[in-house]
Design a protein around this ligand. Structure first.
Ligand SMILES: *[C@@H]1O[C@H](CO)[C@@H](O)[C@H](O)[C@H]1NC(C)=O
Ligand SMILES: *[C@@H]1O[C@H](CO)[C@@H](O)[C@H](O)[C@H]1NC(C)=O
Length: 152
């Protein structure tokens, strides 16, 4: 396999195709693991690299437990939790470039969108919103975000 892939790489170089080397995660860029002053967050936090932060899928937890309440309350909580993660790495919703919204039920789209629209600064980030067959746990929504980190 090693020989095959190096032959392939050589071929690509010979034909003038630049092969990008994968960039390892740098040790000095810490994994974000806690949620500001709110207590533990039920997600694995975020990775930063080259002035960009990638959050994990963030769920409607408050102080370590999934909050009760419908899609409006859960959407608001997820947005607040992502805000805390972003703040921890020195950015905010103002710098979010892209979100992905996972809904347990697409019938919740309009209600989610109303809270999302009201809470996020404009212009809104690019967004993908999909219904997934199931989310781990009984929550209705999970959101992940990619944001620029200013002054980095
Ligand atoms: C989180 O839970 C701890 C332990 O039960 C409690 O002391 C703390 O006040 C809670 N914080 C919030 C924000 O609810
Ligand atoms: C999605 O929500 C609609 C409206 O509340 C409901 O009728 C439907 O049963 C839900 N679907 C699932 C798979 O729970």
């Amino acid at each position: 396999m090693v020989q095959l892939s190096s032959v392939f790489t050589t071929l690509l170089i010979a034909t003038g195709v630049v092969v990008a080397k994968p960039t390892p995660k740098l040790a000095e860029q810490p994994v974000v693991t806690y949620l500001g002053t709110q207590g533990p967050i039920l997600s694995s936090g975020a990775w930063t690299s080259k002035g960009i932060v990638y959050t994990s899928g963030t769920v409607p937890s408050l102080n370590g437990s999934i909050i009760s309440g419908g899609i409006e309350a859960q959407t608001a909580q997820v947005i607040k939790n992502i805000a805390a993660t972003l703040e921890e790495v020195g950015t905010s919703w103002d710098y979010v470039l892209k979100t992905t919204v996972f809904l347990a039920n697409m019938s919740d789209y309009a209600a989610m969108n109303e809270v999302y629209g009201a809470m996020l600064p404009s212009p809104k980030p690019a967004r993908t919103a999909v219904e997934v067959g199931k989310l781990p746990g009984n929550f209705l929504i999970e959101i992940e975000a990619i944001a620029a980190i200013p002054d980095s």
